[in-house]
Design a protein around this ligand. Structure first.
Ligand SMILES: C[S@@+](CC[C@H](N)C(=O)[O-])C[C@H]1O[C@@H](n2cnc3c(N)ncnc32)[C@H](O)[C@@H]1O
Ligand code: SF4
Length: 358
């Protein structure tokens, strides 16, 4: 099994109304110190224990593409990497320039993930995004022109004012960009976000379950027909273009979390996470101490339950057992090669399927 390194980059130009990720718009002055702390953290880990060569590195955010390329690449250079490692950087379409992409390319980045969300201007506005569809096309043309043939587009469905035909138009326009990988998420209302407040006072309609279910099925059909079958509930890819880093998460693999709010996992079920703010992370690393904010160890039945919960969300499914076979009888799953795999309806009801399985 592989070994992953996740690096969290907690800076954004502007906070989107729906987002509750660990990210800040007023701490850009910390970028240099933050990248230096990530490098120190990595070096210290390499000095104090064996860090296996990473088979995948993922810069997530926040908006990693807001970091000056030399800072991001300095962190990447501090990660011991296996030959052919997958190296992904999450990008907002309006933060990538040809020069930035060229620096990424020559520095070892080989996969990009664009936060596209929608290709309908009024939906982008409703989500509080700063880019327009033309900006997405420019960014992806730029990526191709720089030699990036492996990239993802993130989409969100179910925002207020998005009709079914808007969603079809987004799928068509996204597929016209020929992305090897697509992640499509149902808009969720996270407590404490501007979106939650606006829904609370009746200014914006809450996402509708039936609308999102219809859009999920429409998306699954369109993406599958375009040669990108699902491989996890919210992820579709051309065969061979699945995200190796995400597969590691779903297989309860081993990964290291670098930076504030980053999570790590060891093969023995120990899960840990770093302190949430960049300021605290920089301070703790500067003091020569661990930036770990908490941990838990899953063992026995808990670990098995988590493995089943993650596995059932993937195309590999779970082994056929009397309980798993009941999902087939319920119409939520189908048998495949001695395993039980969710049907599209089962994927819509994945939490229910998991509860029945456990
Ligand atoms: C860290 S962001 C991606 C990179 C970059 N910050 C951007 O937004 O362009 C990860 C993805 O999570 C998804 N996401 C974030 N909050 C969400 C929410 N409340 N509901 C559904 N999807 C969400 C978006 O699709 C987003 O692109
Ligand atoms: S969705 Fe992306 S750009 Fe928007 S606030 Fe969250 S991390 Fe930042």
């Amino acid at each position: 099994m592989g070994f992953g390194v996740y690096v969290h980059v907690p800076f954004c130009a502007r906070r989107c109304d729906y987002c509750d990720f660990a990210t800040w718009t007023d701490r850009h002055h910390l970028m240099e110190a933050y990248a230096a702390a990530c490098v120190t953290d990595l070096r210290r880990r390499c000095d104090t224990g064996p860090v296996p060569p990473a088979t995948s590195v993922f810069f997530g955010g926040g908006t990693p593409s807001l970091l000056p390329a030399d800072l991001l690449l300095a962190v990447l250079d501090a990660v011991p990497r296996a030959p052919g490692a997958e190296v992904t950087v999450e990008c907002n379409p309006d933060t990538v320039s040809p020069a930035l992409l060229a620096d990424y390319r020559s520095g070892g980045v080989n996969r990009l993930s664009f936060g596209v969300q929608s290709m309908a201007p009024h939906v982008l506005a409703a989500l509080g995004r700063t880019h327009d569809p033309a900006g997405v096309e420019r960014a992806i043309e730029g990526a191709r022109g720089t030699g990036f043939d492996n990239f993802n587009v993130d989409l969100i469905y179910g925002a207020a004012g998005e009709t079914l035909s808007d969603w079809y138009a987004t799928l068509d326009a996204a597929l016209a960009l020929d992305p090897p990988h697509v992640s499509a998420y149902a808009l969720t209302v996270e407590p404490g976000t501007p979106l939650a407040r606006r829904i609370g006072v009746g200014e914006v309609a809450a996402p509708d379950d039936d609308d999102q279910a219809e859009k999920y099925l429409a998306g699954d059909a369109a993406l599958s027909a375009a040669g990108r079958p699902w491989y996890e509930i919210s992820n579709w890819a051309r065969p061979g273009r699945e995200c190796r880093h995400n597969l590691l998460y779903w297989e309860q693999g081993e990964y290291l979390g670098i930076g504030c709010a980053a999570h790590g996992h060891t093969p023995f079920g120990r899960r840990w996470w770093n302190v949430r703010t960049p300021d605290r992370y920089i301070d703790l690393i500067g003091q020569g101490t661990s930036a770990e904010g908490g941990h838990e160890t899953l063992a026995g039945a808990d670990q098995e339950a988590e493995a089943a919960m993650l596995a059932i969300r993937t195309r590999g499914g779970v082994p056929s057992t009397p309980k798993a076979d009941r999902l087939v009888g319920d119409g939520l799953a189908e048998p495949r090669d001695g395993r039980v795999v969710l049907t599209p309806t089962g994927r819509l009801l994945a939490n229910e399927a998991t509860a029945r399985l456990l």
